[in-house]
Design a protein around this ligand. Sequence first.
Ligand code: SMG
Ligand code: MG
Length: 390
Amino acid sequence: MSPPYAALRTSAPLRIEAIELRLLRLDLVEPFETSFGRVRSRLIVLVKMEAEGLEGWGEIVAGEEPLYSYETVGTAMHVVRDYFAPAVLEAPLSGLSDFAERLAPFRGHPMARAGLELAYVDLIARARGESIASLLGGVQVRVQAGVSLGIQAEVSGLLERIEKFVRLGYRRIKLKIKPGWDVAVVREVRRHHPDILLSVDANAAYTLADRPHLKQLDAFALLMIEQPLEHDDLLDHAELRRGLTTPICLDESIGSARAARQALDRGCCDIVNLKVGRVGGYSQALAIHDLCRSRGVPVWCGGMLESGIGRAHNIALASLPGFTLPGDISASRRYFARDIIAPEVEVGADGTVEVPRGVGLGFEIDRDYVAAKTETVERFTLRGKTVSVS
Ligand code: SMG
Ligand code: MG
């Protein structure tokens, strides 16, 4: 039997007529602090692809600085402008296999690659008159919401925020941790909330030498500890895992389906945080999903503080059957005073988000707001490039 997303692997040839890269800055409703630094606003890179009178939209999730990963807004603009866009524009594309082959000569830059691929998938979905979720073979009509809470100046501030999101119905609370903001903080949170689904994310802030320290987290019935060790490490995670009872989840270390297979084969993790932006797009994300599902490894949908466009793609992906744990999928208003999609993403009182059924992304793009926030647009066609700066 062909997989549900066979229509994505091979689809009717589409000649991409233009690709636009648009930069816009959105302020976060509050700063977000992780073990590697603090973010106050997001410089969003939107990708628009045009073909046959249709538009597809994607987002590149890279940060402004190489902290979460080596990719940045600057490196992504460079590789798309100089390599990926010319390759995509060169000849009609007939599905994700063709797309992957077209970009295969180039190494790395999965976030830049994903931004283009997301726009292409939105385009295919619109050309077929289907939602992205249905094109992917999504089965869940609502997906489970969770919230990721940054490091705070005081534990009291963290407790207030947990209180608020638990009251709003969010199904899982994730705490960012780092040396100096870990065991004691988790102990205090557990004292106030003995029963919530609670996880922690270290963003690679520890080493194997910290094992005795991390072992103390075993006392708090955490759902998982996410990415405790180096961003590109697999094997030390396997070693750490043998000494802990808290399940280990990998995020940064899973950059591809191959990395996922190696991680599962070698016992490096119990759970996978799947981000379509981090792994280079839907082809890789679907392969990782299928692999984890076949091995009984739970998967959940991560987030990169995306605008509504990136988040709409995350929601579509999270509708697949292997996404059994709540994701870093929160309401638009948790991130921005105003989002760039309509309607905005809402979390229901039961802690779930509806998977839109409309064509493509399933959300309208708030074009006035996008235009008001746009800083630059670069447009690429077969004939060349035009740049406009507002
Ligand atoms: O989009 O809700 C979100 C953010 C979730 O914590 C989150 N993301 O390592 O998982 C992670 C971080 C990466 C982004 S830090 C800028
Ligand atoms: Mg993470």
